[in-house]
Design a protein around this ligand. Structure first.
Ligand code: SF4
Length: 189
């Protein structure tokens, strides 16, 4: 975890000094003012360092990260309930699917053609998680997904499902599916 930047270390000092000075000016009681300064300093430092730790485990809206692999794994790779919640959001709000990519899913692809304003089936079907810029199949992402799956050979599940981690919608998605947020240029390796 990165150390707390200087500006966040100074902030509790400024806050405590301000309150201590304010108290001293009003009550003319140096001892109490000093005690207030000390307490305020430690309390505000504690709050700021806790917030910093939390921010370090919450990168770019990615959801909380769980310690274990390097800087930690995105929580949805480990927490099945959170993953399903985010996946449902992806389905409801971003048209993630189709449910079974092995089937024709004509309605699904028609909707995507309309959305992208294209007529070509092949074109719209070429835009999948597998080549989306948000699809993370780096060794680290796979290690995190593997941790969440557990068992002796999680790679089998990852490979069978062609799973990766969607950095936009924060869930484990499958290479053969897609969503309305697809972006060209992936995957992240
Ligand atoms: S943003 Fe990309 S990787 Fe994420 S679900 Fe949509 S198509 Fe898949």
């Amino acid at each position: 975890m990165k150390p707390i930047p200087l500006k966040y270390r100074i902030l509790p000092l400024i806050t405590a000094t301000f309150i201590g000075v304010w108290y001293y000016r009003n009550k003319k009681d140096g001892t109490t003012a000093f005690l207030i300064f000390g307490v305020m300093y430690f309390v505000s430092y504690f709050i700021i360092s806790a917030a910093w730790r939390d921010a370090q485990t919450t990168p770019l809206g990615e959801g909380k990260r769980i310690a274990g692999v390097d800087d930690g794994c995105p929580a949805p790779t480990i927490d099945v309930a959170l993953n399903l919640k985010n996946r449902q959001k992806a389905i409801d709000e971003f048209g993630y699917g189709p449910p079974n990519p092995a089937l024709p899913n004509r309605e699904f692809w028609e909707r995507k053609k309309k959305m992208w304003k294209v007529n070509d089936d092949a074109e719209v079907k070429s835009m999948r998680c597998g080549n989306c810029a948000a699809f993370d199949i780096s060794a680290k992402a796979k290690a995190c997904i593997g941790q969440g799956i557990g068992g002796q050979d999680p790679e089998q599940v990852i490979d069978a499902g062609e799973l990766g981690y969607c950095r936009f919608l924060k869930f484990k998605c499958a290479a053969k599916r897609t969503c309305d947020a697809w972006v060209t240029g992936g995957p992240i390796k």
